[in-house]
Design a protein around this ligand. Structure first.
Ligand code: GUN
Ligand code: FE
Length: 425
């Protein structure tokens, strides 16, 4: 059992912050939260164990539900094209390098270290087509003690010869990865089925992945309705489906097992209804959508429809690993959407985007992203002393940290109850 005392802030519901000034959080030895207390019960045994963090702020750790590990080297580069030429010109050539496991190890160490640095304790990650490099990535997460869902990417059409796998290679790779993670992942690092997107995957590949999902119950991640040219291309490639999402659904890759779909900038009508019905998650990547001029996802509409929404950096179409930045972009893009729709779609509040970055995304991993009883204790201790030079309220302090803070303000990081000091990767 561990007991921490700090200014505790979390969002059990999106509408408002729950704030416990100088509260206590009791964490059981299995890493699950026992409860939050304003006063500790008269239990001397408990009182002796308190670790007092003074005036610092304790929040749930961040969850990045869409990120490409092999694009790490390109982060902050090459944002002068739209999606399809961007993939061909910059992204596919970089991912091709991951045929070399030594290159993969060198880059992936930096990538996992940076997630740790930025306070992202859980992530849903695209690897490449290369099984060995992707296993190296998964092993780095295990070593770091951080949660992740990691996928070997399926691609067998419309991409360079050197960056394609066959359906058989992909399924074989996923079986090996699953066996490895069943043995070593402790439920914290898990495999996820990862067709890149419809233009990259033949019907045969999608069908095989859908069957593999049905067989194993494994979750799925992909891209959906990100960009107008991509959507018209999918219409040509899959003429007998009535919407882009329908192409995944046809093969059992659209909520038949837990599913993440990044972007959804143009999702509406039938596609939106199918996502709602099948409980498919929208992963909103507003930094990426701005950089690639993709569009503004109608997040308010998704929330009103009761669709699950999470946030993602989408590095390297997103240019930064910080979920703080993604939260800023999410609010700003929602305000542009508000202006564009003449106020029809109200913009997102601070507590709503904080919820999306913590509990919204965390729910894909189970009871993660909140400090409610029986949730896994994933947390960040924030020292905002240089931002807090006047009589700011705790809510204002959190707001300033979200807009003005960075990784240097994070003093401690916890994942599933375990403090993760600098991962020696
Ligand atoms: N669609 C297919 N592949 C990608 C990718 O790597 N990044 C983004 N943003 N969209 C994609
Ligand atoms: Fe992406």
């Amino acid at each position: 059992m561990k007991i921490y005392r700090a200014n505790i802030i979390h969002t059990p519901t999106p509408g408002k912050f729950e704030i416990i000034p100088h509260g206590y959080i009791v964490v059981k030895s299995n890493g699950l939260i026992e409860g939050i207390y304003t006063e500790l019960p008269e239990n001397m045994d408990w009182r002796r164990q308190v670790m007092d963090f003074g005036d610092k702020i304790l929040i749930p750790a961040f969850n990045d539900l869409h990120v490409h590990a092999p694009q790490y080297r390109n982060m902050g580069l090459a944002l002068d094209l739209e999606l399809l030429p961007w993939l061909n010109t910059y992204t596919f050539p970089e991912e091709t390098k991951y045929a070399d496991p030594e290159y993969a190890r060198r880059m992936y160490r930096r990538f996992v270290h940076e997630l740790w640095m930025q306070g992202t304790m859980r992530s849903a990650v695209f690897g490449t087509i290369h099984p060995e490099s992707t296993r190296i990535l998964a092993d780095l997460f295990i070593q770091a003690g951080m949660g992740a869902m990691v996928g070997i990417v399926g691609m067998n059409r419309n991409s360079p010869e050197t960056l394609q796998n066959t359906t058989a290679e992909l399924i074989e790779g996923m079986r090996m990865l699953k066996a490895h993670l069943d043995e070593h992942g402790e439920g914290l690092v898990q495999p996820i089925i990862t067709p890149r997107f419809v233009p990259s995957c033949s019907d045969k590949m999608l069908r095989a992945l859908g069957e593999y999902a049905a067989e194993t119950g494994m979750p799925v991640q992909s891209h959906l309705s990100e960009n107008r040219s991509e959507i018209s291309w999918v219409k040509e490639l899959e003429p007998d489906t009535t919407c882009y999402g329908g192409a995944y659904d046809k093969y059992g890759l659209f909520g038949q097992t837990p599913t993440l779909m990044a972007h959804c900038c143009y999702t509406d009508g039938e596609e939106l209804e199918l996502m709602r019905k099948n409980s498919v998650y929208v992963v909103h990547c507003p930094m990426s959508n701005s950089n690639l001029s993709s569009g503004m996802a109608p997040i308010r509409k998704f929330l009103n429809a009761g669709i699950n929404v999470a946030l993602g950096t989408d590095v390297s179409a997103g240019h930064h690993m910080s979920m703080l930045r993604v939260m800023q972009y999410a609010i700003q893009v929602s305000k542009l959407n508000y202006a564009q729709t003449k106020g029809e779609m109200s913009f997102l509040s601070l507590s709503e985007v904080f919820y999306l970055a913590t509990k919204g995304g965390g729910s894909f991993f189970g009871k993660v992203g909140s400090f409610e009883p029986s949730y896994e204790f994933d947390a960040l201790l924030v020292d905002d002393r240089y931002l807090n030079y006047d009589n700011y309220t705790l809510e204002q302090r959190l707001e300033r940290y979200i807009y003005l803070g960075d990784d240097r303000d994070i003093k401690r990081r916890f994942c599933r109850g375990v403090e993760l000091t600098e991962p020696c990767l």
